[in-house]
Write a protein that binds this ligand. Structure first.
Ligand SMILES: NC(=O)c1ccc[n+]([C@@H]2O[C@H](COP(=O)([O-])OP(=O)(O)OC[C@H]3O[C@@H](n4cnc5c(N)ncnc54)[C@H](OP(=O)(O)O)[C@@H]3O)[C@@H](O)[C@H]2O)c1
Length: 341
């Protein structure tokens, strides 16, 4: 079969469609003939060698697929051959054939295309988990979403609107800010031109905020903690701000890492604030029942018509280099999906 393995870390051009061994199906897994797979910012970090939990090289990246079940393991009860599904994969998604654990595999709703199915798992599960399971977002709360025009961002905006929240969202360009306005963000903030801390405190007249979704890390985490009001929390779930490690930029990261290491537990306790780290891969690998609950809630919201998919571009998988370059250069909004003919 063909896949897009990573044989060496580096620029997007290291990604090529090549021959690769067919994965073995374990008893609790299904084998899926992949028709579409989703692109995630973490794929870029893995390709660059910045994702600590990536398997040793060579490996096939990819966290989410949609396709047709072509084999089921001996313990699998919910799926059968020929069924259209979408699934979370613990790597291995950029491939004609991918395995997924039954617990994180879902029947594709008849109303959804393969591309739509592949676009849902990572972005929407991350948003739901961070807002409701770790963020415990209350109705009417104030929420700040960083990288709000991205895949996780647009999913989180929709969910925050369901709780009538006052939404603050950061992005880096006027075009992305206009998009945030269209999606119902009350306070889009261009963090390149404005300090988001000062903006949030000005708009909230010094009261502060209840929940921050932070995928940037570095100084951003402590800044987020500084604008929380009591019972507020920062959910840290990514490190986009630490992803440029070329030349002298690597040195500039040292104070940012030190700032993260110096988060003060006593201060958080006295002010009744919290920091919570979240990682979908850790849940999928060790607490699949939590991830299953997350996904069931996401799918219920889709079935009730309360969420819509966020695909901005669909490319054939032969365009993988271009797709990676676009997400890496921050040119994308929402979700990019790759299709396999
Ligand atoms: N922990 C988990 O389980 C989990 C799961 C899914 C995603 N994530 C994380 O959530 C974030 C969003 O994921 P996504 O796939 O939806 O990606 P995305 O939001 O489509 O893309 C990442 C965005 O981050 C922003 N950004 C800020 N600083 C950046 C920098 N120094 N370099 C590059 N981008 C920067 C950019 O938006 P602006 O141009 O507007 O700043 C960029 O478009 C990523 O950091 C990802 O790693 C974590």
């Amino acid at each position: 079969m063909k896949a897009i393995p990573i044989f060496q870390n580096g620029a997007a051009e290291v990604l090529k469609i090549q021959d690769w061994p067919t994965p073995q199906v374990r008893p609790d897994e299904v084998l899926i003939e992949v028709k579409a797979f989703g692109l995630n910012f973490a794929d870029v970090q893995a390709r660059k060698g910045q994702y600590a939990e990536a398997p040793p090289i060579p490996y096939v990246p990819g966290y989410e697929v949609a396709g047709i079940v072509c084999e089921v393991g001996a313990q699998v009860t919910r799926f059968h051959k020929g069924q259209a599904v979408f699934a979370i994969t613990s790597f291995g998604g950029y491939s004609e054939l991918a395995v997924a654990k039954e617990q994180v595999c879902f029947a594709l709703p008849v109303s959804m295309s393969m591309a739509e199915g592949a676009s849902i798992p990572v972005n929407f599960a991350t948003a739901y988990h961070n807002l409701f399971q770790t963020g415990t977002l209350l109705p009417g709360s104030r929420i700040l979403i960083h990288a709000a025009a991205g895949g996780v961002g647009l999913a989180a905006i929709q969910m925050a609107k369901l709780r009538n929240c006052e939404i603050f969202g950061t992005a880096s360009s006027p075009q992305k800010l206009a998009l945030l306005h269209e999606w119902g963000v009350h306070h889009p903030i261009n963090y390149v031109e404005q300090d988001f801390v000062a903006e949030v405190m000005r708009i909230t007249q010094g009261e502060g905020i209840d929940l921050v979704l932070d995928s940037i890390a570095g100084f951003s985490l402590k800044k987020g903690l500084s604008i929380l009001r009591p019972h507020g929390r920062v959910i840290g779930f990514g490190g986009a701000g630490l992803s440029d490690r070329s030349g002298l930029n690597a040195l500039k990261l040292v104070p940012q890492i030190l700032s993260m290491l110096s988060i003060n537990a006593i201060d958080l306790m006295m002010k009744s604030k919290g920091f919570y780290g979240s990682n979908l891969k850790a849940l999928g690998d060790h607490r699949p029942e939590v991830l299953l609950d997350t996904m069931e809630n996401v799918l219920r919201l889709f079935a009730e018509g309360k969420l819509k998919t966020i695909i901005s571009k669909t490319y054939p998988w032969t365009e993988i280099v271009r797709a990676h370059q676009e997400i890496e250069s921050r040119a994308t909004t929402g979700k990019i999906v790759l299709t396999i003919p």
